[in-house]
Design a protein around this ligand. Structure first.
Ligand code: KG4
Ligand code: ZN
Length: 323
């Protein structure tokens, strides 16, 4: 069985065909990003992102289907994300579903990040599992009892972790997106960290808060930061990773799970990967780096296990879709 996955929730236009025999395997995977546009403005302007989506969606899907003879279903991200960007993917998927007479499966983007861990793997996560989703728009801890049985445990009260990286990156004069830049700069620094606040690290819940960290960095940079970018980046990364790891370990302990699943763009961060690998008492699953950031493969993968088929007439975009 083959599913075409379409993802347009933010600034990536992506389409992929995934095949399921015993496991899920990538047949094709095309990702086109308008990130260079957003680098110029230091962040995403939703209107610009949506316009880029309209230009890229057809060529990207054509490329993904070029060598593929047939597909059995179409999966598309219907939220959460930017309204205009989501609409382009959903309208295109609707048209394809009608024209090709194939079932249409709406997929929650966050679930896609979880199911990136099922792609091209012989060994897949065992349930129950804890998943930590860390992206530009989200920081969520969830408990997964089984496919389609998910309980949201907590999330950010203000900025998402990737958003905090991006805003702090801008303070430090790094290009957008700030996450990978902060990682690069942090790797150049050796020494003690500045001990930035670890907001909510000891709170009796599974929530996060990152806006205070941004303010602490702002205060630090106001004192002048010439030649101190690497030290600040190192300290920011350390504070963020400490909080994420601490809360995740707490969830693993409380829910007595068999696996830990990491997903989302920030899961590409090597420090976070290494720390979780070192400290997780259960088997850790992290997608390879190109499947951490947004892609269509993860949307198709999630659709195999969450087959809520809807009519093309009924599918709806929901920019604030929750778990
Ligand atoms: O999942 P994603 O591609 O898009 C959303 O769904 O938001 O995540 C993008 C986010 C950006 O905030 C970016 O700065 C962050 O992931 N990111 C990283 C790294 N690579 C991407 N953050 C830290 N370290 C990285 N290596
Ligand atoms: Zn994402």
């Amino acid at each position: 069985m083959r599913i075409l996955g379409i993802e347009t929730s933010c600034d990536e236009t992506a389409a992929s065909v995934i095949e399921k025999s015993e496991n899920l395997n990538i047949v094709t995977n095309v990702v086109s990003s308008s990130i260079d546009f957003h680098a110029k403005t230091g962040g995403i302007i939703p209107e610009v992102a949506a316009r880029e989506q309209t230009k890229l969606i057809i060529p990207v899907i054509e490329e993904a289907l070029k060598e593929v003879k047939d597909i059995d279903a179409i999966a598309v991200t219907n939220g959460p994300g930017l309204n205009g960007s989501l609409l382009i993917g959903v309208e295109t998927a609707k048209t394809l579903s009608f024209a090709l007479n194939k079932p249409l499966i709406p997929v929650n983007h966050l679930l896609g990040h979880v199911y990136a861990n099922w792609i091209d793997r012989i060994e897949v996560p065992q349930f129950p599992a804890i998943a930590l989703i860390v992206s530009g728009g989200h920081t969520d801890l969830v408990y997964i009892r089984d496919h389609e049985k998910i309980k949201w445990l907590g999330g950010t009260k203000d900025d998402a972790v990737g958003e905090a990286f991006d805003k702090i990156g801008r303070l430090l004069g790094f290009p957008y997106p700030g996450g990978p830049e902060i990682e690069k700069a942090a790797n150049k620094y050796k020494g003690p960290d500045l001990n930035f606040p670890r907001p909510m690290i000891g709170s009796n819940d599974f929530d996060f808060s990152f806006s205070g960290l941004k303010t602490a960095v702002l205060r630090e940079t106001l004192q002048g930061f010439v030649n101190r970018e690497n030290e600040i980046a190192f300290s920011v990364q350390k504070a963020v990773v400490d909080v994420l790891v601490s809360k995740t370990l707490k969830a693993i302990k409380k829910y007595k799970v068999k696996s830990l699943i990491l997903g989302g763009g920030v899961a590409a961060n090597q420090k976070l990967r290494d720390e979780l690998e070192l400290k997780s008492p259960v088997q850790l699953f992290i997608p390879r780096k190109n499947l951490c950031t947004d892609n269509g493969a993860m949307i198709a993968a999630a659709a195999f296990y969450n087959k809520k088929v809807v009519s093309w007439k009924k599918i709806k975009v929901d920019p604030s879709l929750h778990f």
